[in-house]
Design a protein around this ligand. Structure first.
Ligand SMILES: [Zn+2]
Length: 389
């Protein structure tokens, strides 16, 4: 770890799988003649994360040994903490078509240029039931992660990746920083400690309060919204991004806070995903990570504090990054300020709290939620987006 680095990447060094210049051209030429594997949107996110080192120390899609080790122990075969398998699925027909090839070209869709070459180490059968119960703690097909798992192929192709180019994006271009780039920004700003905030939702006063509580004890804040695939009913990423911009403009110190996007797809795996999110943020250079109630949860599949408690299943130092566990927070009229059940002694009726469905109802009706709940700038963006949609 170099002197001006905040924290070493998971496993010790930052992975970079992206070829450039002559080797990239040679790889593209080779890929043109290889059998192809079409990767799903979610796997494309993983490919991008692998390429830029967000999933360090992984250098490709995981094989059978790591797959089972992760499911059973939340650790790689090497013993390093890792909570969710990173696999590339294959249907039986695709596996057949590869016919023992030792390399394959990964393409985002039929007819598009290959993004990467996979040096195939092995092809193995996935154990759907075991994976569902370990990762999602349920095999209910209504769970979005389980549903995605059910529709994926029966086999996984594992091996190291050589990346020709990153998936193309036409949005958030100035916010797409790789881990090496966020690390460079932190170093440039002289931040030694940085807290990461994962989100797939607009930021209301409660989230702002939590972020600022954390920022009181560290040098910098990285708001790191997830922009890979989410459920259809989550607020679209571009709307969320306009909210973050408005909030940063008006209420965050420019030299202590930044927004960048996290290219991961949402798995809704609750506790296991909280660990995975923390490890990835460590790779981006964060020393601390905010874990709220029901982090990465969906419906009522996980207990309120499961995603916080799972951090106790690791020895101190195993993860490296420090979880900061927060309660839900609110404005209290008696305290005349933001607080949480940890800091406010008053009862429910003095606190301004609204359910998610009540907030959506107000926004749809063109009505701003109370200023104690949501900044007017954020409310107006959400109202406009609801009325467009
Ligand atoms: Zn109070």
């Amino acid at each position: 770890m170099s002197e001006n680095e905040t924290i070493a990447p998971h496993g010790g060094s930052l992975v970079d799988l992206l070829a450039t210049g002559e080797p990239a051209a040679a790889l593209a030429a080779e890929a043109a003649n290889l059998p192809k594997i079409i990767v799903s949107d979610r796997e494309l996110s993983d490919l991008e994360m692998l390429a830029v080192g967000a999933l360090s120390p992984l250098i490709g899609f995981q094989g059978r040994g790591d797959y089972h080790s992760v499911l059973e122990t939340m650790r790689l075969e090497s013993g390093l903490a890792w909570s969710i398998p990173v696999t590339l699925s294959l249907t039986e027909e695709e596996a057949h078509r590869l016919g023992g090839a030792d390399s394959a070209a990964l393409v985002p869709a039929e007819g598009l240029a290959p993004l990467a070459v996979l040096r195939i180490g092995e092809i193995f059968a996935r154990d759907r039931q075991k994976e569902a119960l370990a990762v999602y703690r349920t095999d209910d097909p209504e769970h979005p992660g389980v549903a995605a798992l059910r529709s994926a192929g029966d086999f996984c192709a594992a091996g190291t990746l050589e990346v020709i180019s990153l998936p193309e994006h036409d949005d958030f271009l100035s916010y797409r920083l790789a881990p090496s780039q966020t690390r460079a920004v932190f170093a440039e700003r002289g931040w030694r400690t940085v807290v990461g905030f994962q989100t797939r939702n607009p930021i209301h006063r409660a989230h702002e309060y939590i972020q600022k509580c954390a920022l009181e004890i560290v040098d910098g804040l990285l708001v790191h919204p997830l922009v890979g695939a989410t459920k259809g009913d989550d607020v679209p990423a571009d709307v969320r991004m306009r909210c973050y911009e408005a909030l940063f403009e008006g209420y965050y110190p420019k030299d202590r806070a930044m927004v960048s996007v996290f290219p991961a797809a949402m798995r809704y795996a609750g506790p296991r995903e909280a660990i995975w999110h923390a490890i990835a943020r460590k790779n981006y250079g964060c020393t601390h990570f905010i874990v709220g109630r029901d982090h990465a949860g969906v419906g009522s599949y996980y207990g309120t504090y499961d995603a916080q408690e799972i951090f106790e299943e690791f020895e101190p130092g195993e993860l490296g990054i420090m979880p900061l566990k927060f309660e839900h927070s609110f404005w209290c009229n008696a305290c005349e300020g933001m607080g949480s059940p940890k800091t406010c002694p008053h009862d429910e009726e003095r606190r301004v709290s609204l359910s998610g469905s009540k907030v959506r109802e107000m926004l749809r009706a063109g009505e701003r939620p109370p200023l104690e709940f949501s900044r007017a700038e954020v409310a107006d963006i959400l109202i406009a987006a609801m009325q467009d949609g």
